[in-house]
Ligand binder design. Structure first.
Ligand SMILES: [Ca+2]
Length: 154
C-alpha cells in the first residue's frame, strides 16, 4: 500500500511540480487502503522517492485512476533515475508513456530492468522512482496509488 500515512504530504515521498498544478495526499479514493495522491490541473511532475541502491534487477509499478465521468489526455511514465552519491543523474531508464484512463477503472504502468554497478565509470549509489504525470487539464483530477520500486539494497 502507498500513501496511507501523512497529511497532504506523504513522507518519504516528495512532490515534483514542474510548472503549475497541485498534488496532495487525499483519503476516500484509493487503489488499496484509504488514501492516494490526488493530482489536479497539472502540467508535469509527480511523486518521487530516493533510496540507496545496489546493483541488480529492479521492478517499478504504479497504479492510476481517471475518475468516472472525467475525460483527459493525461499520461503517466515511470522513471528510475540512477544517481551517484551526490544525487546527480547518471542515467534514466523509463517505462512506456501510458494514457491515464479509461475513466472509472484503475490501471497500472510497470517496467523492469537492471541497476548497473556504474555508468560511464561512475558508481550508482542511489535510485529514484519518479511517477511522472503530465497533461492533466485544468479542472481535471487524476489519482496515483501503490507506487513501488523493488530493488537490491546495497
Ligand atoms: Ca493507498
Amino acid at each position: 500500500m502507498s500513501f496511507e500515512t501523512g497529511t497532504t504530504v506523504a513522507p518519504p515521498w516528495t512532490y515534483w511540480i514542474e510548472h503549475s498544478g497541485t498534488i496532495q495526499r487525499a483519503t476516500g479514493t484509493a487503489h488499496t487502503g484509504n488514501a492516494a495522491l490526488q493530482i489536479s490541473s497539472f502540467q508535469r511532475g509527480g511523486p518521487l522517492q530516493t533510496v540507496s541502491a545496489g546493483p541488480g534487477p529492479f521492478a517499478a509499478r504504479a497504479y492510476f485512476l481517471l475518475p468516472a465521468g472525467s475525460s483527459s489526455n493525461a499520461k503517466v511514465q515511470l522513471y528510475v533515475d540512477l544517481l551517484d552519491a551526490q544525487m546527480k543523474v547518471l542515467d534514466r531508464p523509463k517505462s512506456e508513456i501510458i494514457p491515464i484512463g479509461p475513466a472509472g477503472q484503475w490501471g497500472s504502468v510497470e517496467f523492469a530492468g537492471t541497476i548497473p554497478a556504474s555508468v560511464d565509470g561512475k558508481a550508482v549509489a542511489n535510485v529514484r522512482l519518479v511517477v511522472t504525470v503530465s497533461f492533466v487539464e485544468n479542472g481535471v483530477t487524476v489519482y496515483v496509488d501503490d507506487a513501488s520500486l523493488y530493488w537490491n539494497a546495497p
